[in-house]
Design a protein around this ligand. Sequence first.
Ligand SMILES: Cc1cc2nc3c(=O)[nH]c(=O)nc-3n(C[C@H](O)[C@H](O)[C@H](O)COP(=O)(O)OP(=O)(O)OC[C@H]3O[C@@H](n4cnc5c(N)ncnc54)[C@H](O)[C@@H]3O)c2cc1C
Length: 328
Amino acid sequence: MTTIAIIGAGLAGLTVAQGLRDRADVVVFDKSRGLGGRMATRRADPYAFDHGAQYLRARSAEFKAFLAPYIDQGIVRPWHARYVELDRDHLMSEERWDDADPRYVGVPAMNEPAKQLAGGLDVRLQELVTGITRWAGRWRLHGDDGSKLGEFDWVLSAIPAQQAAALLPASFSQIRTVREVRLAGCYALMLGFTEPLALDWHAARIHDADVSWIAVNSSKPGRDPTRFSLVAQSSNSWAEAHIDDDPASVQRHLLKEIGEITGQDPTGAEHCVLHRWRYANLDRRDGKLALLDPEKRLAACGDWCGEGRVEAAFTSARDILSALGPVM
Ligand SMILES: Cc1cc2nc3c(=O)[nH]c(=O)nc-3n(C[C@H](O)[C@H](O)[C@H](O)COP(=O)(O)OP(=O)(O)OC[C@H]3O[C@@H](n4cnc5c(N)ncnc54)[C@H](O)[C@@H]3O)c2cc1C
């Protein structure tokens, strides 16, 4: 049977792996301890934080069909948040998200759908792939301690573009396109409080500030509403300008911004942890890419092949599966 290595256990990598498992021996490698990539959840008892993707929307019939069983099982549920847009501390607009245009979240945490999707797959976590070399007509994957992770007929990358550009062989016919894509960074600050802050919204998009998003994570369905938790995210532009700053100074600045935006003092948080996403989001892209090299038996997919959202990660995986069909 054809052997395939998939690098990345985010939604894209796991979707491809599920689509190929009946046709090939598939192994998925991921450097992280958990599944789901940027659909991420950090637990810090008694709090939990979705510090990557905040919610997802489904526009295509195919993605709706993919989500349907998860919705039926309660693994994915709509978040009926009171959503506001702020111009710093000034209210611009407000709405209640409803089922007419659902914003879905994983339940009990954002990474739950990925956990379900990984069922029955050979997923090897905490395996950073550092190199891909040619060996006896196949691809050999190398780990970070010089170890060999195995030899495969095909290698499929499902990691952010800059990481894929650094890892994929220069002989990949699509490598120039991969090198052109840039995902921007983002800081996420996770705050857990013994006493809730007095906010009259659950999610806020903020303009004209270095913090561009604040969510009351504990207001999402299936979370413990008594464990008041906030996830605040920096704007991509601020993160890019401060990507190598001292984390303590980044944290101080984001806390100050949150205080000014909300009019509440966030410094009394019992839990306060910063996460840096080096490659977080993509500026809107028109069109989509299906990056396949049938001769070299290499391929790349991920959200950045589309518009940089959860649905785009899924769509890029399905596009690669269609393209692989005739050549595998
Ligand atoms: C802060 C933030 C907020 C977001 N908000 C939203 C939102 O509200 N709605 C929305 O739709 N989208 C949002 N997104 C985007 C969304 O999370 C992504 O579009 C989607 O999760 C990408 O899935 P993916 O499978 O393409 O990649 P990823 O989820 O990034 O998966 C890639 C995986 O590859 C692994 N990896 C990388 N390099 C290696 C290597 N060398 N070896 C082994 N493993 C490796 C990583 O550990 C990761 O698990 C947000 C992202 C961030 C960071």
